[in-house]
Design a protein around this ligand. Structure first.
Ligand SMILES: [Ca+2]
Ligand SMILES: [Ca+2]
Ligand SMILES: [Ca+2]
Length: 286
């Protein structure tokens, strides 16, 4: 009976989570600050970006996290993962850079899929890219394919680059805060993310799976050449993403919650892998 009650409680909690209507304009206080190094808020120093504007310079401090995630349902019923970053300067012309996250969904230290918004220059959209060439385990070994998978032209439009309305997938606002002046938020369909990951790598994830991310900005979408969140400079570093302070987040679920009371022993023992649930996803992007 106890097991049944626990199971029903978990089910209720998941249903409640799925039914929460969210938007890219939600207050930062409703997001989960992303952690690294076993529970510390991820931080990034000012002015460690390269090749360009302060508007692509991530900032984040122990008291004010610059990397936030939440997951919930949009007004159109689509389950979306919403990701927010803070940058040093706001540009009235728009963000005008590429923002990408790389996901390590099988705990092997290598990025399995890149995704994020492109803005300015080429067509605006939320795109995917595959790792290619190098090992994709550190800044110096990372290379990316061309952008693909903007779903805005398809019959389903969860990843369309929309800046207004309840189903907007993109928001770029002037916070008015000196040194942390811009807040960029984008949303990606979880099914599109999981479906593309499955199609490209064979790795299955659910919203409750624990994965880790690397986040960076770039001028060209095939390079990591502006700023990496969590690293002070280090764009050509050979230090692995999964080294202490190497750039990977902690293992988190799609709502940004870290593995509960996870120890370094658990990482070393590969216990994370046992937490990975398996569920096929219906949508993939070719
Ligand atoms: Ca920075
Ligand atoms: Ca991997
Ligand atoms: Ca950095």
């Amino acid at each position: 009976m106890t097991m049944l009650i626990v199971a029903l409680s978990l089910l209720s909690a998941q249903e409640a989570k799925a039914q929460t209507t969210i938007a890219v304009t939600d207050a930062s206080s409703t997001f989960t600050p992303i952690t690294a190094n076993y529970g510390s808020y991820m931080q990034d120093p000012s002015n460690d970006q390269q090749t360009g504007h302060a508007s692509a310079d991530f900032v984040g401090t122990a008291g004010s996290s610059g990397f936030l995630i939440k997951t919930g349902t949009f007004a159109n019923g689509e389950e979306m993962m919403v990701i927010r970053f803070t940058f040093r300067e706001y540009r009235t012309q728009g963000f005008q850079a590429n923002l990408r996250l790389g996901i390590d969904a099988n705990a092997d230290g290598a990025v399995d899929l890149y995704f994020g918004p492109s803005y300015g220059g080429n067509s605006n959209g939320i795109y995917f890219q595959d790792p290619t060439g190098g090992a994709n385990i550190s800044p110096s070994t990372s290379s990316l394919t061309s952008d693909y998978g903007d779903l805005s032209s398809g019959t389903e439009t969860p990843n369309a680059f929309v800046e207004s309305g309840a189903n907007a997938t993109y928001s770029y606002v002037d916070t008015g805060i000196s040194g942390a002046a811009a807040q960029l938020t984008f949303a990606i369909s979880f099914e599109a993310l999981a479906g593309t990951l499955l199609a490209k790598t064979g790795i299955s994830i659910t919203p409750d799976s624990f994965v880790r991310f690397i986040a960076f900005t770039s001028t060209q979408s095939k390079a990591i050449n502006r700023d990496i969140y969590g690293l002070n400079g280090g764009l050509s570093s050979t230090v692995r993403f999964d080294a202490p302070g190497g750039g990977f987040t902690d293992y988190v679920d799609s709502s940004g919650n870290p593995v509960p009371e996870l120890s370094s022993f658990a990482y070393a023992a590969g216990l994370i892998l046992s937490a990975f649930a398996r569920r096929p996803s219906r949508r993939a992007v070719a």
